[in-house]
Ligand binder design. Sequence first.
Ligand code: FAD
Length: 418
Amino acid sequence: MSTESLASNSDSPPSRVLIIGAGHAGAATAASLRQYGHTGTITIVGDEDEHPYHRPPISKAYLHGDAEADLLRDPSYYIDQNIELKLGRRVESLDLTNRTATLDDSSEHGFDELVLATGARARTLTHQLPERGCWSLRTFRDAIGFRSVLESRSRIVIIGGGFVGLEVAAAARSRGCEVTVIEREQRLLQRVASPHLSEALTALHRDKGVDVLVNAALHEIVASRDGGVEAVILEDGRRLPCGAVVIGVGAEPRDELLRQVGAECDGGVIVDSSARSSLPGVYAVGDVTRREVPGYPGRIRLESIPNATEQAKQAAAAITGRTVPRSEVPWFWSDQYDANLKIAGLLAGSSRTIVRGNPSSGSFAIYHLDDADRLLAVEAVNAPRDFMAGKKWITSGASPSIDLLPDLSVPLRDLVPA
Ligand SMILES: Cc1cc2nc3c(=O)[nH]c(=O)nc-3n(C[C@H](O)[C@H](O)[C@H](O)COP(=O)(O)OP(=O)(O)OC[C@H]3O[C@@H](n4cnc5c(N)ncnc54)[C@H](O)[C@@H]3O)c2cc1C
């Protein structure tokens, strides 16, 4: 991977930075650039109409009440910081020889350094879908549209028992809808959570009245006469009548712009620990990237706010010639009913789990260790102290006492030798 940078130095004029994508990673890159003293122009092109906003509430708070998009920063911030925002505009193609981007209004925008922050798109189904009534939740507009479904108290089938599907299930149940979650794998969250956590969250959803069906593959979504949704048919023939379907089957990186110009991509743009792609002066940040995470095997595509802000700082530091901040332990959160889940670290390589607290009490943590008893991850449900301690221990490489970990009478601070 090239480490060449086109960063401005004292002999050249300040560089023009173009950021494609006005989500968490794009907006944070612009803010970090100014914070780190970048004096050249910064332009963000984003294809949504809203100013950069918080995306996690799409499957949570935006589905309750009548919240407006919760903006990351007041619009005046971008004016004050001289950050140009081109909203409602999409970048269609790139020319790296002439260093220009062509937008969907055929205008061209020149740049010296480019940051791709295009995020991910909701994965679609190959099945034929009715004209109306099938929802993917990726944007604020999606959430506003789907909120009206919740208001009509329709019976809802959610396809996919991942985090977004489960958060939507929780919001829909809280709003009085009948909800079924169908998951093709053997358990909920199979790809991203431990069996203990899956079990606890399955119990929570069932307790709240959600019909959770695992080993349940979709066969067909049946359209009603007026083009809406009438029912979901499973491969085993079961028919689930419903008025709306949520498709929560994951997301795919929007890496096509850089793929087309020859950047190394493999299910996401491959970047190094400075958010540099394989092309000189071209960076990528956030959900669209795949990278190595120190302490864990392989290259990983993380979909989380902490990852977006961490890589934004890396790119901004590299562009401004500053020391790139050290990689952080990956972490993520999810809210379902009154359960706040926080996960620090990654489960890959886990060979031993230790549970602290009782899952049926609603507050517990699952610690994951490797063969050498090195702490890899902690999944904490309504257990913020375990999350904080676990994240700190993973960062420092400290190993908590395995024998004492399950004993709630021993404070967390006493589990690691001083
Ligand atoms: C429903 C939902 C709930 C979530 N909940 C959580 C949570 O609880 N905790 C957590 O840590 N993370 C959560 N996430 C993940 C988190 O929101 C993402 O990791 C984060 O938004 C990634 O930021 P990003 O800037 O890389 O991508 P995005 O936020 O997706 O922003 C990318 C932007 O680029 C735009 N774009 C794409 N292509 C172009 C183009 N060619 N030209 C112009 N603009 C373009 C997109 O439309 C989008 O506006 C959730 C995500 C979703 C969808």
